[in-house]
Design a binder for this molecule. Structure first.
Ligand SMILES: Cc1cc2nc3c(=O)[nH]c(=O)nc-3n(C[C@H](O)[C@H](O)[C@H](O)COP(=O)(O)OP(=O)(O)OC[C@H]3O[C@@H](n4cnc5c(N)ncnc54)[C@H](O)[C@@H]3O)c2cc1C
Length: 458
């Protein structure tokens, strides 16, 4: 065992010696490799001679249950199930028509202990809290989603990347170690734990039994699974990272890693990405530093934001100075005003903005630079900044494969002034940073980006 700092016990119950099995409720960490919740489960199983079961309930109960996300999740989970079963561990997928915590609490009397993945969003934290309060056994939470555990990095909301950076770097070496794999002594694969197990092989079979929004089509550009994530990582290390610092911002090119959908669903570990890169490059390489600044600093700042700011996904969560300046300019005349429907259907006067929206709708992933432009323009073309915030969250959460993530709420909040400084005052934006079409034209071959988007399939 290493990385024990990732584990936290959530309640006062002891391990239930009369319990029949250890239940790992897989939620955020939908992978076999670099999964510390799984390895901790195997460790407990070996130590106390109790079989381990990995439990993955699927439910159409959640907001934004749509075909795009579910196909991606199910493509991934079928492969993860196979990889975990190859290690002799039972993996149960069960369909539930209600929130999964109810079933887990119901089963808790039979559990020796329960293991949960730690999440930072309100509903993820609530689910874990309820399970910990209502279960009749020891409940542990494991932090797999970051390099440095959030509370260890900082005990408060960090206002800027520059304030969290030294706090993360101070602890980095403790965590830059591979997750040791444990060999399970008890092969639970053929045990019957009395769940209503689904044993389909194809994603379509699972999708058929779910009542989800089918209007958002699956992406033709991103397929789910650890193997797909590993392919993107390999391409990134072999062909892109050496130019990342200079070219990552150019939307007409493709120098980002494209790993965000996989990170979002936990199909790849951020720690694994870092360690794979360090096998090939020095930590002092400027491109590596630039990439780690995004993958570690900004990504973990976003998690810090979601964890310590209860309004992280609302306009109310942005800093006072930016709220004040936006409110002061609320009455400024807008040259263009669009409804949610017009935004959603990419019906603005601006071909660059429309291209960005189309990229998101068709592929499930908009280029980072265009995300900033996209959100800034929603502020400019909406009557009220609060309404603009909600429109940006709605579209981002509905279409981006990596949406509904702390990064999305932090990214949108950044466009509204969070983590940023005041700029020269101007209309509508007040003192928050402004972006315009001229900037796109000056910095990039932006018409090439539009041409690229026109060729996308859907
Ligand atoms: C308005 C707006 C909305 C955004 N919505 C999301 C979202 O819903 N989900 C999401 O994952 N990211 C979001 N981002 C952040 C960023 O645009 C994406 O993480 C990035 O484009 C994903 O592509 P990639 O994996 O190829 O990135 P790379 O450049 O290869 O970066 C690697 C990883 O670093 C992390 N990262 C990169 N940039 C940021 C950033 N600015 N903040 C936090 N983490 C970052 C991501 O996990 C990313 O996968 C948003 C940014 C803005 C401005």
């Amino acid at each position: 065992m290493n990385q024990e700092n990732r584990i936290k016990k959530l309640n006062n119950f002891n391990l239930n010696i009369n319990g029949n099995f250890i239940l790992y409720y897989m939620n955020l960490t939908q992978r076999e490799d670099f999964n510390y919740s799984l390895e901790f489960g195997i460790y407990l199983s070996n130590k106390y001679q109790k079989p381990l079961i990995v439990y993955f309930p699927i439910t159409d109960y959640f907001k934004f249950s749509n075909l795009r996300y579910y196909q991606f999740i199910i493509e991934g989970i079928i492969k993860t199930k196979k990889a975990i079963e190859q290690r002799g561990i039972k993996f149960v997928i069960e369909k539930l028509d209600y929130p999964p915590y109810k079933k887990i609490i119901e089963k808790s009397e039979k559990c020796f202990s329960i293991i949960l993945d730690k999440g930072y969003l309100k509903y993820q934290r609530k689910i874990n809290e309820i399970i910990a309060q209502k279960s009749k056994t020891a409940v542990f939470e494991v932090e797999n989603d970051v390099i440095v555990p959030i509370e260890m990095a900082s005990s408060k909301q960090e206002p800027y990347a520059m304030t969290i950076r030294p706090k993360i770097y101070k602890n980095l070496n403790i965590f830059l170690k591979p997750i040791q794999k444990n060999e399970p002594k008890i092969k639970s694969i053929n045990y019957d734990f009395e769940f209503n197990e689904l044993n389909f092989n194809k994603p379509e079979e699972y999708l058929q039994i779910l009542n989800i929004d089918k209007s958002v089509k699956p992406s033709k550009y991103f397929k789910g699974g650890e193997d797909e994530a590993n392919k993107f990582l390999k391409i990134f290390i072999e062909q892109k990272i050496h130019k990342y610092k200079d070219l990552r911002s150019d939307p007409s090119l493709d120098y980002q890693s494209n790993l965000s959908p996989y990170l979002h669903f936990g199909q790849i570990s951020p720690l694994k990405i870092v360690l794979e890169i360090l096998k090939n490059y020095s930590i002092n390489d400027p491109n590596v530093q630039s990439f780690f600044n995004e993958l570690i600093i900004w990504r973990e700042l976003a998690r810090n934001f979601a964890y310590y700011n209860k309004n992280y996904n609302e306009y109310e969560g942005i800093p006072e100075w930016s709220k004040n300046t936006l409110e002061e300019h609320k009455k400024d005349k807008r040259e263009y005003l669009y409804s949610l429907e017009e935004f959603e259907n990419a019906k603005t006067h601006d071909k660059y903005w429309n291209a960005a929206q189309i990229e998101m709708v068709k592929t499930g992933k908009m280029h980072n630079y265009m995300r900033m432009y996209w959100c800034k323009k929603i502020i400019e073309w909406t009557k009220d900044p609060k309404e603009a915030f909600d429109i940006a969250c709605y579209l981002n959460d509905k279409y981006e494969l990596d949406g509904r993530d702390p990064n999305g709420y932090a990214g949108i909040s950044w466009c509204f002034g969070s983590f940023d400084r005041p700029f020269k005052e101007r209309k509508i934006f007040g003192k928050i940073r402004y972006m315009n079409e001229e900037g796109l034209k000056r910095k990039f071959d932006i018409d090439k980006y539009v041409e690229k988007i026109n060729l996308l399939q859907y």
